[in-house]
Every structure is written in structure tokens, then in C-alpha cells.
Design a protein around this ligand. Structure first.
Ligand code: NAD
Ligand code: 2YG
Ligand code: MG
Length: 271
């Protein structure tokens, strides 16, 4: 897994606020209302403990602080433990935490100590960025439920499943042809939607595009329409600035907070 760097998180606070506004413009929902609608849960003044973890590559500068900003931006109550790792866990539980947020190099989880619900960042990130696109209103009246998904890894796969549940026809692409073939074969007799491989040399264009890869320039010009919407957790952004401007593409992208909010709503109690 590609790890975040402090530089990735440098403008995270502005990006989260801007993306919250953009999501409202695209869908009519603020990010927290959208997550409440997706998971059918609600926040109830839970106390959220953020535990810095030193295992593996260790503490990432701005990581815990960005989680705390996210928690507070959406009106929740949180704190970063003074201790790290197991001592931090003890401090969180004895300090009255209801929910734990913590990450090592392999997994970033939210765990609700009251109801035992657990959420994984990659799954919740794929889901929320897909749900944003599903709820995005396209002005073109001819627009169908079609989406292009680029990157079929641990984030892209739950996004694909979300689009299928929502009744989308999904064109899929991955630079790893084995992974691409595997995904297409897995969905060969899918009844709730259709999955077909995307050929970058084709002339297929999309109003809605989802991208989750660790590479740049993954979104080819040929797939763009004027005013396409790109929902992408991928770092760095898969669409060049030049193509974004040429086609007026609206981009939902932020390095940590949107996925974290999705994890929290995944573990809140049901409405
Ligand atoms: P992953 O390694 O599981 O999957 C990435 C997939 O992209 C792989 O299947 C790989 O073959 C494919 N790929 C790589 N280069 C490609 C290219 N040039 N064109 C097409 N496909 C290509 O990774 P993941 O866990 O799914 O994460 C994907 C990205 O999302 C990473 O950049 C990760 O850092 C980021 N991420 C962001 C957030 C967030 O909140 N913004 C959260 C989690 C992950
Ligand atoms: O506590 C810390 O500061 C570190 N142990 C956090 C480690 C997180 C490692 N994971 C990643 O960098 C990500 N790929 C997952 C984070 C999701 C948002 N992109
Ligand atoms: Mg995110």
C-alpha cells in the first residue's frame, strides 16, 4: 500500500472544506448527510479517540491532526491520545472513548467500543466516493446510469460493487490485465448491472468517472466529456490540470477526511 506523506496532507483542511461544498453542489447533500443516508446511521455525541501508531514506517506527520480536524469539522468530539500504540489504546478506553481511529501500514480502522462495529478505510473510501458519483445530478437529460472505474484494487473494488448495487453499467480498467480479466470474469453473470472492460483506445466517453490508483495521468482524454465529474481518492490525481481545465471537469478528491468520515458513519448506531 502506498503510504501517505506529510506533504499529501499539507492542504488537507482546505481540501476537505472545498470538497464538502463541491459535494453539496453536485448532489444536494453535505458529506455528513450523504454518509448518514448511505449507512442509515447517525452520530450521537460519541467521543472519538485517535491513537498515533509507531509500528512499521511509524508516525506520519499531520495524520492524527488531519483526523482530528475531520472529526471537529463535522461537529464531533475527539482527541488525540498522548501515548501511542497499546498505551494509547489504554488511555483512549480509560478516557471514555466510544470510537477508536488508528492506522498502521496495512490497515486504517474505526472501531466502535459500544456496538463492536468495525470499518476499514479502503472499503469505506471506495464506497463513499462511489456514492458521491451515484448521487451526482448530471444536467444532460440523455445521461444514463453509466460509469468508468479506473483502478480495481482495494478501494476500486468496493466502489465497483457500490455502482452495481445502484444499478450502473460499469466500464472497468486496470493496468494489471490479470486483475482486469479477473474482475470481468467474476461479474460475467451479474444480474444487477453490467461490467465490461474499458478500452482506452475506444471512443467511449463518460459523464461520471471513478479513479483509485497510485499513478498520475491514468484518466485518458478520450474518455472525457465537457463537464465530466471525476470522483477520485487516488493519490496523486489521475487527471492532469490541463485536461481538467480543457473539459471543465469537476473533481472530488481529498487525501484522508472523506474516507474517514465514511468510516465513522459505518460504525455509528443505526438511526
Ligand atoms: P491498490 O494497490 O489495492 O489498487 C490500485 C490498483 O490500481 C491496482 O489494481 C493497480 O493495478 C492499479 N493501477 C496502478 N497503476 C495504474 C494505472 N496507471 N492505470 C490503471 N490502473 C492502475 O491500492 P488501493 O488501496 O486501492 O488505493 C488506491 C489509491 O487510493 C492509492 O493512491 C491510495 O493511496 C489511495 N487512497 C486514498 C484514500 C483517500 O482517502 N483519498 C484512501 C485510501 C486509499
Ligand atoms: O499513526 C500514524 O501516524 C501512522 N501509523 C499512520 C499510518 C497510515 C498508513 N496508511 C496510509 O498511508 C494510507 N494509504 C491509508 C490512509 C487512508 C487515506 N489515504
Ligand atoms: Mg478520503
Amino acid at each position: 500500500m502506498a503510504l501517505l506523506t506529510p506533504d499529501d496532507l499539507q492542504n488537507m483542511t482546505d481540501a476537505l472544506v472545498e470538497n464538502d461544498n463541491l459535494v453539496r453542489e453536485l448532489t444536494g447533500f453535505s458529506l455528513d448527510r450523504l454518509c448518514a443516508d448511505v449507512y442509515k446511521t447517525e452520530k450521537k455525541n460519541e467521543k472519538i479517540a485517535i491513537i498515533p501508531v509507531t509500528a512499521g514506517c511509524g508516525i506520519i506527520g499531520r495524520f492524527s491532526e488531519s483526523l482530528l480536524f475531520t472529526v471537529k469539522h463535522f461537529g464531533m468530539n475527539g482527541f488525540i491520545t498522548k501515548n501511542t500504540d497499546v498505551a494509547g489504546f489504554y488511555e483512549a478506553v480509560t478516557g471514555g472513548a466510544d470510537i477508536i481511529l488508528m492506522a498502521d501500514d496495512l490497515a486504517f480502522i474505526a472501531y466502535n467500543l459500544r456496538n463492536q462495529k468495525i470499518a476499514h478505510n479502503q472499503i469505506c473510501t471506495g464506497r463513499v466516493y462511489a456514492e458521491i458519483l451515484c448521487r451526482t445530478k448530471i444536467s444532460n437529460l440523455m445521461s444514463k446510469k453509466e460509469v468508468l472505474v479506473i483502478g480495481l484494487g482495494k478501494v476500486g473494488t468496493p466502489a465497483l460493487e457500490t455502482f452495481l448495487i445502484e444499478g450502473y453499467s460499469v466500464s472497468v480498467f486496470d493496468a494489471d490485465s490479470n486483475r482486469l480479466n479477473e474482475v470481468v470474469a467474476d461479474h460475467a453473470d451479474c444480474s444487477s448491472g453490467k461490467v465490461k472492460p474499458y478500452d482506452p483506445n475506444s471512443n467511449s466517453q463518460f459523464d461520471k468517472i471513478f479513479e483509485a490508483t497510485p499513478a498520475a495521468n491514468t484518466v485518458p482524454e478520450s474518455c472525457l466529456k465537457n463537464n465530466s465529474v471525476l470522483s477520485t481518492p487516488g493519490i496523486p490525481c489521475g487527471l492532469s490540470k490541463a485536461l481538467q481545465e480543457k473539459y471543465g471537469v469537476k473533481i472530488v478528491q481529498e487525501p484522508l477526511g472523506i474516507g474517514t468520515l465514511s468510516m465513522l458513519y459505518a460504525v455509528f448506531d443505526e438511526k
